[in-house]
Design a protein around this ligand. Structure first.
Ligand SMILES: Nc1nc2c(c(=O)[nH]1)N[C@H]1C(S)=C(S)[C@@H](COP(=O)(O)OP(=O)(O)OC[C@H]3O[C@@H](n4cnc5c(=O)[nH]c(N)nc54)[C@H](O)[C@@H]3O)O[C@H]1N2
Ligand SMILES: Nc1nc2c(c(=O)[nH]1)N[C@H]1C(S)=C(S)[C@@H](COP(=O)(O)OP(=O)(O)OC[C@H]3O[C@@H](n4cnc5c(=O)[nH]c(N)nc54)[C@H](O)[C@@H]3O)O[C@H]1N2
Ligand code: SF4
Ligand SMILES: [Mo]
Length: 846
């Protein structure tokens, strides 16, 4: 049948409308009643959920009674966690019920009250939405470069998808970026550079099969507790299983490690290169794998530091992405200086310990699993360090095989699913597509039913996160909307825009914050929009192992007038786009008319129906056969979009989550556990890839069919020093991060009495020798001062981490301590992710 894409979109809308007519769509946003998956028994309903905290993505079962969530337990049917949870998971219900949930829209009339507790008054939704939309439209008409949206890896998939669609196709603006820029950006650029696809090849089952764990800057015991308990189980049950913990300070993750390699901040590049050097010089790499699968490269070096804005446009800043091909021999020659002794000199780790780890990688009888998180990503050479880890794994043929792989851990519940997969970054479009590539824009236009060339207005990437906030501090942003984040606590170098001491902050922009609780960010807002939280609405997350899962709306309502974030977006979008046209039709209706009736101010169905329908459109990106025009572009431009297939929406609920690619084989939708690895799809292997593209000579091997010439790259990346080194004025390296009980800025977890009591304040962990030298002891208040700003904090030598002399650590959950006033906003030149791990500070007793 010859079906045009306009007809196709209309057909989808008709399907939805007829479902409504048949009476399957009843409630509107915020309607009461069970989530449709709920099974009632004795007045309680059970719904399937996913934890709203970390990237482990634990499945949970939510029980509600009398309009309240009464219990949350681990979901045994979710294959990511098989019933396990951590303490934050146990208290998920309480997270909804803090005393001060936001229940009405708030407006600030007097800008001079910004940054204080007062000044916000109650408003109606109409007044608040008119004000937000009016300011956005005014800015949009005057100068598109002066508006921005700052999103999140905690935004559910459907919400993120629609936000990206509004911003990119509706406003034709690329000034949209998520907090994932602060988190996964280096991992993403690493993936794209090496494999030309943004995805980990392995899955959590690797943990149950490996022989040696290597953590390269990941504190899994505090930050990925469920996965860490799987690591512990494997260590206990497996024979001779080892764990090497590479870290800049001892953490709870170090406690049970076989060996802890404490290295000087930023010297991880030297250690990784020394291991690669040893493998290459001693012919201990996998010769067949290298010959069949790999290519070698080197790139721009001596790239300096992205401390100020002028960096990106500078001579070196504009060349940081350049790479050229080299031979294996040339690669070996570049590595040659990295002897174990040289690595010891730079890192402080004994040469013998590095050799011991290198020998593990050389041992063909062992499976090796590397895991890393922010130690590697929040790094002035974060992208390079991602490359260095892949180098070791690729050289030894340890990638994409069960138990043998390099697994980049994701922090947030949907940093993968939303920020990365639907593309809420300033340079991206959904499903790994980027704005800069013409074929990618054409493909997106086909699916979004836009005229050819519509997206050419957004060829150039917009402002990345650090840039958005630096511009804000210079008065160059007039409108900012933020959701699912707490930027006034989480951004680095807060002093730049909040000001403190003799530094004046500047937040002249009109700021709209969608939130569930009052935060420091709402104190800087002109309008606060109260949101329905977690299972008060339906949503979807994509976790670290490519598992997409739906959390159903429980049988509860949001408090007061709090609304679904997607409803707010629709209401602002139609007000802003009122009178605008796309291809001769009403702009809002072209983008969202299939789901939302702007005249009725409501969705054309209940949350399940709307989510399913948005999902179906999004799913077209990776299943181009669903849309003839997209399929034609996919074929012609050889985009290989069908290699990331997603299943129909309801299967995610039935299966309690599925890992993509999810492929239809004989009418059954089968998930994939090991990407690029030959084996039966029924057993979780990527059979499709091998069927389509071959194994490139190796029987039972792997097929890197998404990589350029089907060959991932080994890229030589030298060690280069951190942005700042300790000196007489700032003698300590300040590392920041998180601890088990609290989530990020503490806005949710600190409202749970049990979690708050367990960890009531942010302490500065110090080495006892440093304390003695400075004459400070536990409980003393000190002032931390960096080149960027200062904060006051209490000292502890008995905290969760044990820094070596010269290093200190603090978590960032406490807004009264606000350590990010001190932290640098220097970022990795390739990924633009800031280095939160090594700001130089001085410490003075106060
Ligand atoms: N309890 C809890 N869990 C969480 C979160 C939370 O807020 N609370 N947040 C989630 C999110 S979004 C994230 S991103 C993750 C973060 O998870 P992690 O990255 O595991 O935790 P952090 O505390 O940020 O980082 C601490 C690690 O940084 C390493 N590090 C410091 N400097 C360097 C260096 O120069 N090189 C290397 N290689 N390593 C270094 C340290 O060795 C230490 O292991 O946690 C997730 N899980
Ligand atoms: N010093 C230091 N700073 C860091 C880091 C570090 O390691 N060190 N790590 C960085 C990293 S990796 C990350 S990921 C960021 C995280 O930083 P942020 O994302 O800015 O911090 P969160 O506290 O997670 O903010 C999420 C907010 O969303 C709100 N919320 C909850 N549910 C909903 C909802 O349904 N709708 C809406 N609209 N809002 C909701 C919560 O109340 C909460 O205030 O922090 C970064 N900052
Ligand atoms: S915080 Fe992470 S580990 Fe804990 S229950 Fe939630 S998803 Fe699981
Ligand atoms: Mo993160």
């Amino acid at each position: 049948m010859d079906i045009t894409r306009r007809a196709f979109v209309k057909a989808t809308a008709v399907m939805l409308a007829s479902a409504a007519a048949a009476g399957t769509m009843s409630g509107m946003v915020g309607c009461s009643g069970a989530g449709s998956g709920g099974a009632a028994s004795g007045g309680t309903t059970k719904t399937v959920g996913v934890c709203r905290f970390c990237g482990c993505g634990c499945g949970v079962i939510v029980e509600a009674k009398n309009g309240k969530v009464v219990s949350v337990t681990g979901d045994p049917d979710n294959q990511s966690n098989k019933g396990l949870n951590c303490v934050k998971g146990y208290y998920l219900a309480s997270v909804l019920y803090g005393d001060d949930r936001l229940t009405t829209p708030l407006i600030r009339d007097d800008k001079s009250t910004k940054g204080t507790d007062s000044g916000l008054r109650k408003a109606t939704w109409d007044e608040a939405l008119d004000l937000v939309a009016g300011k956005l439209r005014e800015t949009w008409k005057a100068d598109k470069s002066r508006l921005a949206f700052w999103g999140s890896g905690q935004q559910p998939i459907v919400e993120g998808y629609c936000t990206a669609k509004f911003w990119k196709a509706g406003l034709l603006s690329n000034n949209i970026d998520p907090n994932a820029r602060l988190c996964m950006a280096s991992a993403v650029v690493g993936f794209m550079n090496i494999f030309q696809t943004d995805e980990p090849a392995g899955c959590y089952a690797d943990i149950d099969e490996t022989d040696t764990f290597v953590t390269w800057g990941a504190n899994m015991a505090e930050a990925h507790p469920m996965l860490y308990s799987r690591v512990m189980a494997r260590m206990t049950n497996g024979k001779g299983v080892k764990h090497y913990d590479l870290t800049t300070l001892r953490t709870r993750t170090s406690a049970n490690a076989t060996k802890v390699l404490v290295f000087k901040p930023g010297s991880d590049l030297a250690i990784a290169n020394a291991i690669a050097n040893y493998l290459v010089q001693n012919e201990l790499y996998d010769h067949a794998f290298v010959a069949e699968h790999l290519q070698f490269k080197q790139g721009t070096e001596n790239i300096g530091n992205a401390t100020e804005d002028s960096y990106d446009g500078s001579e070196v800043g504009s060349k940081v992405g350049a790479v050229t091909g080299i031979t294996l021999e040339e690669y070996a020659a570049r590595l040659a200086p990295y002897t174990f002794e040289y690595a010891e000199e730079l890192s402080g780790v004994p040469a013998a310990d590095i050799k011991e780890l290198a020998d593990e990688f050389a041992d063909k009888g062992r499976k090796m699993l590397s895991l890393w998180t922010m130690g590697v990503n929040q790094h002035n050479r974060g992208t390079w360090m991602n490359h260095c880890i892949y180098n070791i794994h690729l050289l030894t043929g340890r990638y994409a095989r069960p138990g043998d792989g390099a697994f980049s851990l994701t922090g947030q519940p949907s940093a993968c699913g939303t920020a990365r997969e639907v593309g809420t970054f300033s340079h991206r479009l959904p499903a790994d597509l980027v704005v800069a590539q013409e074929a990618h824009r054409r493909y997106t236009e086909a699916i979004w039913n836009l005229p050819n060339g519509h997206l050419d207005a957004i060829k150039k990437p917009g402002f990345h996160t650090v840039k958005i906030f630096r511009e804000l501090s210079k008065g160059n942003i007039d409108f900012l909307w933020t959701a699912h984040n707490n930027w006034a606590v989480s951004l680095p170098n807060l002093t730049r825009f909040l000001g403190r001491g003799d530094k004046k902050g500047v937040i002249d922009a009109f700021v709209c914050v969608s939130e569930v609780y009052p935060t420091l960010s709402t104190q800087y807002a002109d309008v606060v929009l109260p949101a329905a939280m977690w299972v008060e609405r339906e949503g979807q997350f994509g976790n670290a192992e490519r598992r997409t899962a739906v959390f159903e709306k429980a049988a509860i309502d949001p408090p007061g007038e709090a609304k679904w974030d997607l409803w707010m977006l629709m209401e602002v979008a139609h007000r802003v786009l009122d009178g605008e046209q796309i291809g001769g039709e009403d702009a809002f209706d072209v983008l969202f008319g299939q789901w939302y009736d702007k005249r009725a101010h409501d969705f054309k169905g209940d949350q399940r129906e709307v989510s399913r329908s948005v999902w179906e459109e999004y799913r077209t990106f990776s299943n181009p056969s669903l849309n003839p025009s997209a399929e034609a572009i996919n074929k012609e431009a050889k985009l290989k979009m069908e290699n990331k297939q997603l299943a129909p929406y309801d299967l995610y609920i039935e299966n309690h989550g599925l890992t993509w690619p999810v492929r239809e084989v004989d009418g059954q939708w089968l998930p994939t556990k090991w990407r690029f690895c030959d084996g039966k799809q029924e057993d979780g292997f990527d059979e499709y890839g091998v069927k389509m593209y071959g194994t490139h000579g190796l029987a039972g091997g792997v097929s890197f069919y998404k990589s350029a010439n089907a060959r991932p790259s080994v890229v030589f990346r030298p060690w280069e020093p951190p942005a700042e080194l300790p000196d007489a004025e700032y003698p300590f390296v300040f590392c920041t991060g998180r601890l088990l009980e609290h989530w990020h800025t503490g806005s949710m977890s600190r409202r749970v009495a049990e979690l708050d009591r367990a960890l009531p304040e942010a302490l500065l962990d110090m080495n006892p020798d440093d304390c003695a030298a400075l004459g400070v002891s536990d409980g003393d208040m000190v002032r931390l001062t960096s080149r960027f700003g200062a904060c006051d904090i209490k000292v502890s030598t008995a905290g969760r981490t044990r820094p070596p002399a010269g290093s200190v650590f603090a978590p960032f959950f406490a807004e009264e301590t606000l350590i990010n006033l001190v932290v640098q906003d220097t970022y990795c030149p390739l990924s633009k992710e800031p280095d939160y791990k090594k700001t130089c500070v001085r410490i003075e007793k106060i």
